[in-house]
Ligand binder design. Structure first.
Ligand code: ADP
Ligand code: MG
Length: 499
């Protein structure tokens, strides 16, 4: 349905049912221009055409992005602050092998919910014997309270969860419980089991934590709860995803999260990290958290991206994230639609207030509209009406779908180029490490999981960049919720009882 190139037939009657939700547009009454589009729609066409041009990601652009990603990675590894990419050391030097045994916990704090999990591991033969998981939502007053209140709340929920331990979960008498701690806020990691909180994000405004070691904060709170548990591994969600995927598949080398935000981590040689001083890794490898959301070099940006960025809480920052991740795709589309609505009577003469409200249109809405294969785009009409209050003609809906596709396509293809950048960097430093043999990129996050076109665009870009031969060995695989078990597995690989 390439709209700009192949206009739909000039006059067509669309049998739209007069449902209560979508009022039937007056399609047959509308004057037509010589493009075949209604006059009202035609005025929005130049906006679409410009958007498509500005968002275009032909092969040379993708190549540039992949090369720039590799270059920025190296600069970030050379020295702290050397590039947009922080290239944070995770201190995770050994990944799960499958031999892990015993009872391990995981704690995941990364948003308004936190999750606790326990798993009983039975080594290569029995693998994961059992897993239990609970989710607790964090009350508003705790999100705006003191550090002690937050960590007491977490430790108390954890203590309650521990009390229900039984069944197949067994802890040897002479051992303390151990947990992995997935903490998805900016942390300056100081060792595998310590890290200083730089600042709270995502709506948290807890006083007294920034500048402190969050593992110490948690340990103190667990002490106050009388809970005998040790944090063996403090990790970011990307690192936990890599660990969770590696447990099942030795060829996993990279993990990428595409959810509300985005990030990627990969297996790096200690020798390739000049800024890493006095660090002993028995494997010679370590996981590096790229924080690639901050990448910005050569991105194809539009006026809509620039406007969205300018009014964001972090202008000029996280530009890759703002171009490819779930928090922003819907908002970019909304901004395009506002401009179209102002420039034409595409959506009638009245622009509903809801369309003017930032972030009303979510990326799940974009994805749903792209799944509508009906002739009359009934679902697109319903979503537009329900979410933004806009009524739409069939031409308008087609235009909207094109806008969604343009923004999702750019996002997916840029994400694919980013992945190739990481793979190329690894291969250039150590020929044969990823190309010419099976290499797995573990993917997780709601955007990757639930947006089929985005996923296809991502994979297409990887294929285009690597060519058919090399790309046939690169497996891009969804690792659903691998991060929960991944953190427990990292608690196991970093257990004090294993050393
Ligand atoms: P988080 O990144 O917050 O940890 P998730 O990985 O579950 O959480 O991702 C949630 C995000 O995924 C949402 O904010 C949304 O942007 C995106 N998402 C969820 N469902 C869909 C969908 N159907 N289509 C496209 N994107 C979706
Ligand atoms: Mg997540």
């Amino acid at each position: 349905m390439s709209f700009a190139v192949n206009p739909p037939p000039a006059v067509r009657h669309f049998p739209l049912s007069r449902s209560t939700v979508v009022r039937s547009p007056r399609v047959s009454m509308v004057a037509r221009s010589n493009t075949g589009l209604s006059v009202s729609t035609a005025a929005a066409l130049p906006i679409l055409t410009k958007l498509q041009n500005d968002c275009a990601t032909p092969l040379p652009v993708l190549r540039h992005i992949a090369d720039a990603m590799a270059t920025d990675m190296r600069a970030g590894l050379a020295v702290d602050g050397g590039s947009d990419l922080k290239m944070i050391l995770s201190y995770v030097d050994s990944l799960p092998t499958g031999n892990e045994r015993g009872l391990f916990y995981a704690l995941d704090l990364g948003g308004t919910n936190f999750r606790v999990l326990r798993t009983q591991l039975g080594g290569k033969d029995e693998r994961v014997i059992d897993t239990e998981c609970e989710q607790v939502s964090i009350p508003q007053d705790i999100m705006f309270g003191t550090s002690e209140e937050l960590f007491d709340f977490i430790a108390s929920a954890l203590a309650n969860f521990v009390k229900k331990e039984g069944g197949k979960f067994v802890l040897p008498n002479d051992r303390s419980r151990e947990t992995g701690f997935t903490f998805s806020f900016p942390v300056k990691q100081t060792s595998i089991d310590s890290g200083i909180l730089i600042k709270w994000t995502k709506g948290f405004a807890v006083s007294g934590t920034p500048g402190k070691d969050i593992v110490a904060c948690l340990n103190e709170a667990m002490g106050r709860q009388g809970l005998n548990m040790r944090v063996s591994a403090l990790v970011n969600d990307t690192v936990a995803t890599l660990a969770g995927a590696r447990y099942w598949d030795d060829d996993v080398m990279v993990a990428v999260i595409l959810g509300t935000g985005t990030n990627a981590c990969y297996v790096e040689s200690v020798d390739a990290i000049p800024k890493l001083k006095n660090h002993k890794s028995s494997s010679g490898k370590t996981i590096v958290n790229t924080e690639w959301g901050a990448f910005s070099n050569g991105l194809p940006l539009t006026e809509f991206d620039r406007d969205m960025d300018a009014v964001s809480i972090n202008p000029g920052e996280q530009l890759f994230e703002k171009t490819i991740s779930g928090m922003y795709l819907g908002e970019i589309v909304r901004r395009v639609l506002v401009k179209m609505a102002e420039a034409s009577s595409l959506f009638g003469n009245h622009i509903p207030e809801r369309l003017r409200t930032p972030f009303t249109l979510g990326t799940p809405n974009i994805s749903s509209m792209q799944q509508d294969t009906s002739d009359d785009l009934q679902a697109v009409g319903s979503i537009l009406y329900e979410v933004t209050g806009m009524e739409s003609t069939l031409d308008a809906r087609k235009m909207v779908v094109e806008v969604c596709d343009t923004v999702a396509k750019r996002g997916g293809r840029l994400a694919g180029a980013g992945i190739v950048g990481i793979l190329k960097k690894m291969e250039e430093d150590s020929t044969g490490i990823v190309f010419g043999k099976r290499t797995v990129v573990a993917m997780d996050g709601g955007l990757y999981e639930h947006h089929p076109q985005y996923k296809r665009y991502l994979k297409d870009a990887v294929k285009e960049l690597l060519g058919p031969e090399i790309s046939s060995d690169v497996v891009i695989e969804h690792s659903k919720d691998g991060s929960g078990i991944g953190a427990a597995l990292l608690a196991a690989t970093n257990s004090i009882y294993e050393h």
